[in-house]
Ligand binder design. Structure first.
Ligand code: ZN
Length: 661
């Protein structure tokens, strides 16, 4: 057990996981221990520039995002750039941006910052430098930067408008863009502007004349914690803590009949049991709470993050990794309220990716990697079209024969900034431990205690479960490589240097832990069997009762009328037989699942991420199966499981396992 975990466990015992701070009025903001700094062995995500993705899946997709999505995105930024020019004192005609869409420009700038880490582009960098200069000229002398408020002459951080003014949301995205631009270009100007703006927020809320409050759209919290890590300045963590601690105390006035849960303000954090309210705000809020748990070691934050995690991943997430089913207030519903035609905004999926990544860093369990994989390969990829120039705001699992609205609003730059970080979600390292959470083809350079270790990963994942890794340490040294054993995988084999490893060194956290003295060019071969699986849902999910979905590897499949004589709601026989066929000409090159329905007619399923990429069509993920009744067998807290589970995966943890985290 690492020092951090021991301290956390001790604190948990001493406090009973209870309240550390005053629960009445505005509590004093607790001193942070500034744990980001100098903690040897801390597991951190790998930098985007340290991962070169290759191959037919991610290699090609990243190319589409760099060459088509980014150029396509500029046409939606005109009003944001005009607003900056106006705030900078230039003469310009409208229309100008509203309260929140300024964040789109920052999300695009973050996307570009990641892209520059992947592939340098001097012309693009020059364009960003010019915008950074404009941002600097638009910024108030105090550091305040929200140009909508500046241009409208409205009060800054207006307590009567904090639920909807988006001051903090916009600033959060500005900070994240600035951090990534600095990381990938080495240029400080943008980061300095972001620090100046964050300092203004600190002074406004925590200075001598500080006024308690918080932005109703969470995002700033997670950005501030990251800014603290990058700059070593603990004040940003303190401000993030204040924004979290001040919730649930009636400080921000809701607009009209909006419930306080909409902006995570219904009760103080320590009493919040579930992730509630607006799904995008909620998932960003939960990410911020997990970040604070990481940055401060405060067990209350850790407990809250875990309550939120269980709430969303065990009771409130679709099989495709979407959350937030309600159209009204774009909100989470009750437990198991997961209608197939729900709202399911793409941004909420992006938020869940970040929350899952922080939960991996916080708890080190493979369940977080499982959720990242589910969300990424299904909900997130579905949100953006295969050609990278269309986007869906919603990601329903069932759809009528209607045109989907190509919505280039908040989601597209959120999706692109998420997708260009695939390498960062995939790998993490620190001390003598390296983690592979997503199986991506490419080359990864991992910082480790004994110097960088390069992993050359060859795989046709997600189409095939074979992963070949060549390990290249700077010098022969002892460390552990942790390969996530995906929750969907029941049977797999492992070999190192051609020698089969048996029994498999599985940990209770869901990884294969390969610790040894690694020498240059040693080869790991991990082969996961990838059959077509029939998945059933928890019987409390009403829309899925008695139905099944098809899954192969991490991909959820669905049916479009286009491939099935106009019908998507097919019925399987009681013993369906499936074939997996490669269709290089279809939808960018996919593998389809073929078989017959209960009447013997041929049927074709395609990956959920590729659905809604042709003309209008009826669509279904959950389908009926002749003779199937809802299962009320023991669910062990899970939401989805293989309807024909074999239990072969139940291998005991290796007796030599050590918890190195
Ligand atoms: Zn959105």
């Amino acid at each position: 057990m690492g020092r951090f975990k021991m301290l956390t466990a001790l604190l948990l015992i001493l406090t009973g996981g209870g309240v550390l701070h005053s629960a009445v009025g505005a509590p004093a903001v607790p001193e942070s221990t500034g744990r980001w700094e100098g903690r040897e062995g801390r597991i951190l995500p790998v930098a985007v520039r340290n991962v070169q993705l290759e191959g037919a899946f991610w290699g090609q997709k990243i190319q589409v995002y760099l060459e088509r999505t980014i150029p396509h995105s500029w046409q939606y930024m005109g009003h944001n750039l005009r607003s900056l020019r106006k705030a900078a004192g230039e003469k310009t005609d409208g229309p100008f941006n509203g309260t929140w869409d300024e964040a789109n420009l920052y999300k695009l700038l973050e996307t570009i910052a990641h892209s520059l880490g992947i592939r340098p582009d001097p012309a693009l960098e020059q364009k960003v430098d010019e915008i950074v200069d404009l941002i600097g000229r638009a910024q108030r002398p105090s550091g305040y930067s929200h140009v909508y408020i500046i241009n409208e002459g409205k009060p800054e951080w207006d307590p009567a408008f904090l639920d909807g003014s988006h001051d903090g949301y916009v600033l959060g995205h500005m900070i994240e863009a600035a951090i990534e631009y600095h990381a990938n270009t080495g240029k400080r100007a943008f980061l300095d502007l972001a620090c100046k703006a964050a300092d203004e927020a600190y002074d406004h809320f925590l200075g001598p004349k500080g006024a308690p409050g918080f932005c109703g759209h969470a995002e700033l919290e997670m950005a501030l914690v990251e800014l603290s890590r990058v700059t070593g300045r603990n004040r940003y963590v303190e401000l993030a803590q204040a924004f979290v601690e001040w919730r649930g105390r009636g400080m921000v006035r809701p607009f009209g009949a909006t419930p306080r849960s909409y902006f995570q303000d219904s009760v103080p954090l320590r009493q919040q049991r579930n992730l509630d309210g607006h799904a995008v705000r909620s998932t960003f809020f939960a990410t911020g709470v997990a970040d604070l748990a990481l940055a401060t070691g405060d067990p209350d934050y850790r407990l809250a993050a875990n309550r939120f995690w269980d709430s969303v991943t065990l009771r409130r997430m679709t099989i495709t990794g979407s959350t937030g089913p309600r159209h009204e207030h774009e909100a989470f519903g009750e437990d198991y309220e997961l209608p197939n035609n729900g709202y399911y905004e793409s941004c909420a999926a992006c938020g869940l990716m970040d929350f899952a990544q922080r939960m991996f860093l916080l708890e080190g369990g493979s369940d977080a990697g499982d959720v990242m994989e589910r969300v990424l390969y299904n909900a997130v990829l579905h949100g953006i079209s295969l050609d990278g120039t269309h986007s869906y705001y919603q990601n329903p699992l069932s759809d009528t024969n209607r045109a989907r609205y190509n919505s280039w609003v908040c989601c597209p730059p959120n999706l692109s900034r998420t997708l260009l970080q695939v390498g960062r979600y995939a790998c993490a390292s620190g001390g003598r431990d390296a983690y592979l959470n997503l199986f991506v083809a490419g080359t990864v350079k991992l910082p480790m205690k004994e110097g960088p270790v390069v992993l050359e990963i060859r795989t046709d994942y997600p189409w095939d479960g074979k992963v070949r890794i060549v390990v290249k340490p700077r010098k022969a040294s002892r460390f552990a490589i942790h390969l996530r054993w995906p929750s969907w995988c029941e049977v797999a084999t492992l070999a190192i240097q051609g020698t089969p490893i048996h029994p498999l060194p599985r940990t209770h956290r869901g990884y294969l832990r390969l610790e040894r003295e690694w020498r240059d060019n040693e080869v790991i071969e991990f082969a996961m069997e990838m059959p077509v699986q029939l998945i059933e849902a928890h019987p409390m999910i009403r829309d899925c009762a008695g139905k099944v979905a098809l899954q192969r590897g991490p991909l959820i499949y669905g049916f479009e009328g286009l491939d099935n004589d106009g019908k998507a709601a097919v019925e399987l026989s009681d013993r369906p037989q499936f074939k997996v066929e490669s269709r290089p000409e279809l939808l960018g090159g996919i593998r389809v699942i073929t078989g017959n329905d209960a009447e013997g007619r041929p049927i074709v399923a395609i990956p959920f991420y590729a659905m809604a990429n042709r003309t209008n069509s009826v669509q279904e993920v959950w389908i009926s199966q002749r003779g199937r009744t809802p299962s009320d067998a023991w669910w062990e807290g899970r939401l989805y499981r293989n309807a024909n589970e074999t239990k072969q995966a139940a291998v005991a943890p290796s007796p030599t396992e050590k918890d190195a985290r």
